[in-house]
Design a protein around this ligand. Sequence first.
Ligand code: B12
Length: 217
Amino acid sequence: MGTLDELYRAIVDLDEERALELARRAISQDQTTPLLMLSTCQQALRMVGERYERGKYFLTALVLAGELFKEVLELMPGIHESAMHGPTQGKVLLGTVQADIHNIGKDVFGTALRSYGFEVIDLGVDVPKERFLDEVRRSRPDVVCLSGLILAAFESMKSTTRLIRAHDKELAYRPPVVIGGGTVDGQICSYVGADSWSTDAMEGVRICQELLKAKTD
Ligand code: B12
């Protein structure tokens, strides 16, 4: 088995020590390129996601895999840049809304989006609505994804969505808004005025894919 195959297996098995050792080996022996490494990690993460969907892995596995993914990629200078220059499925603007500092799920979701080829602009946590609007103007994302878990976040999601909707004309397009985080549901989605919602990173990826498909159809 090649080193990259072994790396794939180690990530799928969430064996951090072995994955990092194999990644270092692949790099030092010149057995990989940034894109090959990225694609190995992406495939491994997809498998972890599938296991999670099938109920074979729990949420902690997604968190661990997300962290592991970042750690492996960080061993490889320039990999983030090459990821960005690769073919992209679309651009997603992501952030945890104002008043909320939960970032674990947002980061897992961001990693899942990247592993499926999306370019992700992550504004971080506690992001004011005006910052979202400014970034929509600047980057013209295909989808705006708002993350949040606490009650105050739902108000921020609503005011952020309203602000973006109020500027559809000026923007000359209507970026769909998707909300997510373990505590959102359909009722909150209606309250916020968002286009869709999810409490699951893999489902969130599928929603973004569908929104993009609807745009190009
Ligand atoms: C860990 C945690 C914290 C950590 C956060 C650490 C960090 N760096 O993020 C700390 C300790 C800081 C924290 C603080 C607080 N917390 Co807290 N916290 C949690 C806890 C236990 C887990 C959250 C988590 O990380 N889950 C794991 C991730 C992977 O899951 P996830 O976020 O749901 O994300 C998944 C999906 O939702 C999806 N996803 C995420 N974002 C998005 C976005 C989009 C667009 C899509 C499509 C999908 C998507 O992808 C992820 C993978 O599938 C939850 C319990 C719970 N039920 O969620 C409480 C919880 C969210 N916290 C809660 C509270 C009350 C607080 C505090 C107010 C406590 C306090 N009194 O200070 C503060 C808030 C501070 C603030 N201003 O934000 C409440 C919120 C209740 C409510 N509705 O208001 C919860 C629900 C606990 C509870 N049952 O009471 N918390």
